[in-house]
Design a protein around this ligand. Structure first.
Ligand code: GTP
Ligand code: MG
Length: 602
């Protein structure tokens, strides 16, 4: 969605239209290029011509109408859905279908703390990272880390970066909305935005009318998020949609993720920016079970695991479609128990998980307490909006040198302008700041910055922004790249050592296994070149050297050779750029962290 940011940004510069250009296709090995070469944003998702002047000029009053719909990463995989592609099921179907299996999976988790219990769990990558000292890292790695660390020590943020110039602006919360396909994520987002006045009556009426005409009346609210013709026709979300609203405490950036398993890469690219998440589950009988992996891969579990490994600690479980189970307390408690055990096994702290029974369709418990007595008779807790406001504000680090992983790139060929979108991980930016664009290594100057569709003078760590750049060739800017401080380039690597936790795969990982590696917004084809060691689940110590295969729930150190290069940092240097996800045959097979950069690319 960041693109709409850019659309407005470019439009305000007088462009007639903009092209969203999937630059990444040029960087990807051929098998990652699926069909089209370009994503022309002249098509519906970009909505360049559809927003009313109000939508563009006003500070986003009706902005939710133009939800930033963006193909994140390679969205061309979409062709798989109706094509009924054979999907290799790498996740077992039964893992946490009852409490005993759930607890056994918990036991199997890597944990370095001798006395850990479910309430003490930290995120898996963190555990992996904490355990680094137990590993013998070679000298290069130590040098690399200490070099980076000393750079950070030498770096001094400028005064304007630390000043509180934009007082009165509440802190931004990037909230990923994730969950199994059809659980009601888009409907929930659409309904929430409508209730908060972010979607005009006129627009809502239009959606209702058109949805009805197409025989998809129940999708009227979802259509607020699912804007492309293909999404509407299929009734599924394919790309991450972004929308904004203000709560009492936060400027909330909603990242509505696709639930279908074919679009997990898009979900990863969007949700990797999340500070917190709403995990939507469908309470109806059979649907909740499907999300947990009834007869197929359950994205409730996959999304929860991914979100946790992105470092998200706070999660709101929205138990949706309660109307379909008569707002039954028993059903809610059942779901809470089953899913709660699984979330525990993913190392979510019990105290950081909020459980909200609701119905997006019937507007129960979204922004006010439930009016339906079948719910209000037994539930008096937070409504969804209050639960969002009860989240802890995310920590921001402006004192470190600039790092902005690029999620999307918008290019205007008419005025030769390029704009990038993404979340500032470290540091701050203002107009006229000089930035180094990696991996090309070109210098550029920041021309304008937009946050939530509005121009702003300064953007700081944590902000989701669109930044227009001057003085750079558009071909040298790509999604998966990084904006950095001119003197402190991010590492560009072609071979990595990873510490991974293998998920519930059925096909083992071997030396030679072909995978797709995802690191922030970058993805690259890669090959497992070595399995160095297996790690003991409890102690984190090496339990076996050079195992031949890796199976479900094992933790290991591996080396991977990438077909191309990616911008990356060791996890100890930068968490956001040091988390890695391995995918194969359409499923996430392992999550982990970068422990060493073995070969730097150019
Ligand atoms: P993907 O993005 O494709 O994963 O789907 P989604 O999770 O965004 O689901 P979506 O919002 O598209 O809704 C799927 C279907 O569930 C639609 O027909 C909705 O009308 C329906 N739905 C959503 N919320 C509710 C609810 O609270 N109650 C009932 N009965 N139906 C709902
Ligand atoms: Mg959706």
């Amino acid at each position: 969605m960041k693109p709409p940011y850019c659309a407005h940004l470019l439009q305000s510069q007088g462009c007639a239209f903009a092209l969203l250009f999937d630059v990444s296709v040029y960087q990807m090995p051929i098998h990652n290029v699926r069909t089209d070469k370009f994503m022309l944003i002249l098509t519906a998702p970009f909505k360049f011509d559809t927003p009313s002047p109000d939508d563009i000029v006003s500070s986003g009053k009706n902005a939710a109408r133009n939800f930033p719909k963006v193909p994140l990463g390679s969205t061309k995989a979409s062709s798989n859905i109706t094509g009924k592609k054979e999907i290799v099921n790498l996740l077992p179907v039964n893992e946490v279908s009852n409490s005993s299996s759930a607890s056994s999976s918990k036991d199997n988790h890597i944990d370095v703390s001798e006395s850990s219990n479910s309430r003490d769990y930290e995120d898996a990558p963190q555990i992996i990272a904490d355990d680094l000292h137990r590993l013998k890292l070679d000298k290069n790695s130590k040098d690399n880390r200490s070099k980076k660390a000393s750079r950070n020590v030498q770096y001094k943020p400028e005064k304007w970066m630390l000043s509180d110039q934009e007082q009165g602006i509440s802190s931004q919360l990037n909230l990923a909305v994730v969950g199994h396909v059809d659980s009601g994520k888009s409907t929930l987002c659409g309904r929430l935005l409508h209730l908060l006045g972010r979607i005009s009556k006129k627009q809502m009426h239009k959606n209702e009318k058109e949805a009805k005409e197409k025989g998809k009346g129940s999708f009227a609210y979802a259509w607020a998020m699912d804007e492309s013709a293909e999404e509407r026709q299929r009734g599924i979300t394919m790309t991450v949609a972004v929308a904004y609203f203000d709560s009492k405490k936060f400027r909330v950036v909603l990242l509505d993720s696709p639930g279908h398993k074919d679009f997990v890469p898009n979900m990863i690219s969007g949700a990797t920016q999340a500070d917190a998440a709403v995990l939507v589950v469908d309470a109806s009988v059979g649907s909740f079970e499907a999300g947990m992996g009834g007869n197929s891969v359950g994205q409730t579990k996959e999304h929860a695991q991914l979100i946790r490994s992105f470092g998200v600690e706070q999660i709101i479980v929205a138990v949706n479609k309660m109307d379909l189970v008569e707002f039954s307390k028993e059903r809610f408690d059942f779901i809470k128990l089953q899913l709660g055990l699984f979330l525990c096994s993913c190392k979510f702290k019990e105290s950081s998980v909020a459980w909200i029974p609701l119905s997006a369709m019937e507007n129960q418990n979204l922004v006010t307490t439930a009016s339906d007595v079948r719910l209000s008779s037994w539930y008096q807790g937070f409504c969804l909006l209050d639960a969002i406001d009860s989240l802890k504000p995310p920590q921001r680090d402006v004192s470190k040198p600039l790092l902005l992983p690029i999620c999307d790139v918008v290019i205007s060929h008419f005025v030769g302008q390029v704009a990038v979108c993404g979340k500032l991980e470290f540091g701050a930016l203002r107009a006229s700041s000089k930035v180094l664009v990696m991996p090309s290594g070109d210098l550029a100057t920041v021309q304008t910055i937009q946050r939530d569709y509005c121009p702003c003078t300064i953007a700081k760590a944590g902000d989701n922004v669109a930044v227009s750049l001057q003085g750079i060739d558009a071909g040298h800017v790509m999604p998966g790249g990084v904006l950095c401080h001119p003197d402190l380039p991010v590492t560009v690597a072609s071979s990595l050592e990873l510490k991974i936790l293998v998920l519930d795969i059925v096909t083992p990982i071997l030396v030679g296994s072909q995978v797709e590696i995802h690191i922030h917004h970058a993805k690259e084809a890669a090959r497992v070149t070595k399995i160095l060691s297996l790690l003991d689940q409890k102690s984190g110590k090496v339990s076996r050297n050079a195992p031949r295969i890796l199976t479900a729930r094992q933790s290991a150190i591996i080396e991977v050779a990438l077909d191309g290069t990616v911008c990356v940092e060791e996890f100890s240097v930068c968490r956001a750029l040091g988390r890695a996800f391995l995918r194969a045959s359409g499923s996430t097979i392992a999550v982990g962290i970068v422990t060493r950069v073995l070969e730097q690319g150019s």
